[in-house]
Structures are given as C-alpha cells and as structure tokens.
Write a protein that binds this ligand. Structure first.
Ligand code: ADP
Ligand code: ADP
Ligand code: ZN
Length: 215
C-alpha cells in the first residue's frame, strides 16, 4: 500500500502517519523530517534548505524528489509507504509517479485532511516533539501522560521547530494554497482521493483513515 497524506501545515499528517506506522508497520516518508535531519547534519542539502525552511517557503523540487527516491530505494518492496508532506507541487507529483513506477509501486490513496485554517495557528504554535523518538505532542491537545516524560520512550527532552511560529505559518499556509492544493485534481482524475474531517479528534481521524485503507 502506498498513500499520500495531504493537508496544510498542522492538519495532522505527521500525527496520523505515526499511528499508521505503529498499527500497520508502514513507513513514514516525511520530506520535512528528512530536510530537518539534513540541516542538523550540515549536509550540502541541509545548507541549501535551512533559510528556505525558516522562511516557510518551499525547498526545490529536485532536492525533495531526490530525498524521496533515495529513501524508497532503501526500503523493502513489501513495506507500505506513507508520503507525509510530499508531493507539495505539481512537478513533485509528476516526479513521484516516475519514482513509484521505477520501484514497481503504485499509489493506492490520496487522503486529504480537511481543516479549518483558523485552527492551524494554534495547532502549530502548540506543537512539540520528543527529542529522542520524535513522537508528536501538543500543549493543549496531546500532552504526555506524565508531565515532562515521553509516553513512548521515557525521554525527558522535547523540542520545538524554529519555523513553528505564527508569521512563518502564514507563509506556509499561503504556499499550500498556491502550490499544493492545486495538485488535487491531478489525483482526482485517477479516482483515488478521499477527504477526511481533520477537525475531528485524533482517534476519529485515525478511524476514518483506517476505514479508507480497509475499503
Ligand atoms: P508541516 O508538517 O508543518 O507542513 P513539514 O515538516 O512537512 O511541515 O515541512 C517543513 C518545511 O520543509 C516546509 O515549510 C518546506 O520549507 C520544507 N519542505 C518539506 N517538504 C517539502 C516538499 N515536499 N517540497 C518543498 N519543501 C518542503
Ligand atoms: P502536520 O504534520 O500536518 O503539520 P501534525 O500532525 O504535526 O501536523 O499536527 C500539528 C499539531 O496539532 C501537533 O501538535 C498535534 O499534536 C496536533 N494535532 C494533530 N491532529 C490533531 C487533531 N485531530 N486535533 C487536535 N490537535 C491535533
Ligand atoms: Zn520519545
């Protein structure tokens, strides 16, 4: 199974991808996570991407498609892929077709998380993750069970993204509207797009996605 989770920043793509990984043993391919790792490691890709990401603009199609291609090449062919935050432009959608083809894969579902833009700023500015295992949390909507301790791995260190501030979020939303939302028709003609209410609580969103995957 190969699926795309599509939605604006803060829609819940990462949260839902982490759950699908745990439940179905699929693999999350997040270009945002890959780029942040590259920035942290100071690789040539990271050096190019850093300022672009801090501004909330899009990194070049060539860079992100190469990251995805390398990651898929390193994956077992029996492992399902969840594309999280990719593709984000029509050029990336076209590249993904070719990349999947070369690995004998095909897209099964494009799941759009439909959210109210007004809620996104609160979601993004309250977001934090475990510094050790990457599990996602929220100041208001998903706190660790024991204050200051990661539910999943027990770490006591958490981090926040430098681009998760109100000003950058506005730019990221505008990028989504201008460049990412327009790729939906590309998939609609294949009849593989499903819409899920991303404003529902996290468990309800997961249930709705599972119902689509089991269809
Ligand atoms: P979010 O989950 O909040 O939408 P991501 O972690 O997916 O954010 O992305 C963070 C930043 O990384 C983006 O604002 C952009 O600068 C860059 N980025 C991630 N994925 C892509 C992509 N597919 N194409 C271009 N830029 C990307
Ligand atoms: P994305 O990957 O689409 O940018 P995330 O999955 O990181 O979004 O979610 C953004 C923030 O909102 C996180 O802090 C997460 O805990 C929280 N969140 C995710 N889904 C929901 C939901 N259905 N209801 C309330 N908060 C949510
Ligand atoms: Zn953890």
């Amino acid at each position: 199974m190969n699926i795309i989770l599509l939605g604006p920043p803060g829609a819940g793509k990462g949260t839902q991808a982490q759950r699908l990984v745990e439940r179905f043993g699929m693999r999350q391919l997040s270009t945002g996570d890959m780029l942040r790792a590259a920035v942290k490691a100071g690789t040539p890709v990271g050096l190019k991407a850093k300022a672009v990401m801090e501004a909330g603009e899009l990194v070049s199609d060539e860079i992100v498609s190469a990251l995805i291609s390398d990651e898929l090449a390193a994956m077992g062919s029996d492992v399902g892929a969840i594309f999280d935050g990719y593709p984000r432009t029509e050029a990336q959608a076209v590249s993904l077709e070719a990349i999947l083809d070369s690995h004998g894969r095909k897209l099964d579902h494009v799941i759009e998380l439909d959210v109210d833009e007004d809620a996104l700023v609160e979601r993004i500015t309250g977001r934090f993750t475990c510094a050790s295992c990457g599990k996602g949390y929220h100041d208001r909507f998903e706190r660790p069970e024991k204050e200051g301790v990661c539910d999943k791995c027990g770490s006591t260190e958490f981090k926040r993204r430098p681009d998760d501030n109100e000003e950058t979020v506005r730019t990221r939303m505008a990028e989504y509207r201008a460049k990412t939302a327009p790729i939906l028709p590309f998939y609609e003609k294949n009849g593989i797009v499903s819409r899920v209410d991303g404003m529902a609580d996290m468990d309800a969103v997961t249930a709705a996605i599972e119902a689509i995957l089991n269809r």
